[in-house]
Each structure stands twice: as structure tokens, then as C-alpha cells.
Design a protein around this ligand. Structure first.
Ligand SMILES: Nc1ncnc2c1ncn2[C@@H]1O[C@H](COP(=O)(O)OP(=O)(O)O)[C@@H](O)[C@H]1O
Ligand SMILES: [Mg+2]
Length: 224
């Protein structure tokens, strides 16, 4: 079966050739099957976000091979990469990143607007996703009027708007108390049961232990 993610000898250096050069990823090998639920942990600065950004095609890398759903990422055009970022991968960050001047459903609508023109369709889809998350009551509110836990759930709804197969979460519970953090994990677990591949970067051992597989990164390499 085609793997969701297959990475061989991936390397990434920031500020290459300068005095402040950093080898953020040294030699990453990673195979992830479709439908896996994986945690990546490791000390601050070990390369977790850099790796997640490379996996999410938000950033390139300097050396190595990366096959996403069997496709060689290196060979893709910018247009194809943009489509992957919109349709194949959903990204959830520590800070929800919701736009303050839009209602919650309008925030969820943003990724849908790239491929859909009909305003009613976009509104219907956005609200349906929020309802699935039990967020009916807040969909017509601006982010300033909802709790931090709700904001993070709206940001997950936004990441899922275009129904991606792969969900990448960079410390998604880092700003939440333990009760809200667990709610996020329950939401991610349900999505995983529906077949989504999930990778979550976390410092929190309670969250890591909820995942099927835990990978530890240290100074740009996986610790075995
Ligand atoms: N844009 C950048 N320019 C230069 N160095 C960076 C940049 N982003 C990250 N780094 C460095 O790369 C290393 C890995 O960073 P990062 O992936 O953010 O780690 P983590 O998410 O595990 O805390 C760190 O040493 C960090 O300082
Ligand atoms: Mg980070």
C-alpha cells in the first residue's frame, strides 16, 4: 500500500553558509501509513516545527526524498504544492490563528473559498463542519466572544474544511488547560477513527501516550 508519508535522509539547514547556520534537520527517515496517529516529541529547538513544516509542504528542505501519498514532492510545481496545502493537508497551530474581524464560520470558510465560488455553498459547508464539532452556538460569533478551547476547536474545523487526509498539529494544546487539551485530543482521535492520518507535535506526555506511536526528536534526528 502507498504510504501517506515516506521521507528518506531529509536535511534542512537555516542560514546556510552564514555564521549563524543551523542544521535544523540532520537525517530524518520517516514512514507513516495512512490512518496512523503519531506523536512527535522532543526538547525545544530540536526541529519539530521545521519537520512539520516540511511535511506540510509549507517549507522546502535541502536534501533527501519526500513522497507524499506516493508522489515525489520535489517534482511538484508551486501550483500543485498549493493544492496539496489546501486539499490534502490540514495544519493546526498552537495559537488558533483565527481572524478577529470575521465570525467563526467565516474563518472556517477561508480555505473553502480557494476552490468554491458559490457563497451559499461555502456558508453551508462551513456551518455544517462547526455543527459536527458541536459548535453550533458559536458559529455566528467573532473569536473574541468565545473561549480559548473553543477557538482551538474552530481552528481544527478550519483545518478540516477541505476534508484533508492528513492533519498536522504543532503543539495544538500548548495554550490550553488540561481539560480543554483532552477535548482536542478526543476530537483528533475521532477524526483518526474516520481514517485521517494525524501527526501531533507535543511536549505533553499525557497527550503523547494517547497516540499509537511516539517519535522522539533530538537535535534534528530521531532517537531510536
Ligand atoms: N527561520 C529560521 N531561521 C533560522 N533558524 C531557525 C528558523 N526556524 C527555526 N530555526 C532554528 O532551527 C532549530 C529548530 O527549530 P524548530 O524546528 O522551531 O524547533 P522546535 O519546534 O522543536 O522547537 C532551532 O535551533 C531554531 O532556532
Ligand atoms: Mg516548535
Amino acid at each position: 500500500m502507498v504510504k501517506a508519508i515516506e521521507i528518506k535522509n531529509l536535511k534542512k539547514t537555516y542560514q546556510k553558509g552564514k555564521a549563524n547556520e543551523v542544521d535544523a534537520l540532520k537525517c530524518i527517515n520517516l514512514n507513516i501509513n495512512k490512518g496512523e496517529f503519531i506523536a512527535i516529541t522532543g526538547p525545544s529547538g530540536c526541529g519539530k516545527s521545521t519537520l512539520l513544516h516540511s511535511i506540510g509542504c509549507l517549507d522546502g528542505f535541502d536534501e533527501g526524498l519526500y513522497y507524499l501519498n506516493g508522489e515525489d514532492v520535489h517534482s511538484l510545481t508551486n501550483k500543485q504544492l498549493a493544492k496539496i496545502r489546501n486539499k490534502t493537508i490540514g495544519f493546526v497551530l498552537q495559537e488558533h490563528g483565527l481572524l478577529a474581524d470575521r465570525l467563526c464560520w467565516e474563518n472556517v470558510a477561508i480555505p473553502l473559498q480557494i476552490s468554491e465560488r458559490n457563497k451559499k455553498t461555502i456558508e453551508g459547508k462551513s456551518k455544517a463542519i462547526l455543527m459536527k464539532f458541536g459548535l453550533d452556538e458559536i458559529m455566528n460569533k467573532p473569536p473574541s466572544q468565545i473561549s480559548v478551547g473553543q477557538k482551538q476547536r474552530v481552528s481544527i474545523a478550519r483545518a478540516l474544511a477541505c476534508d484533508p487526509d492528513i492533519i498536522l498539529c504543532d503543539e495544538p494544546t500548548g495554550s490550553l488547560d488540561s481539560k480543554n487539551a483532552m477535548k482536542i485530543i478526543e476530537t483528533l482521535k475521532e477524526l483518526n477513527k474516520l481514517g485521517k492520518t494525524i501527526i501531533i507535535v507535543t511536549h505533553n506526555p499525557n497527550i503523547a501516550k494517547e497516540c499509537e506511536r511516539v517519535l522522539i526528536l533530538d537535535e534534528g534526528r530521531f532517537v531510536t
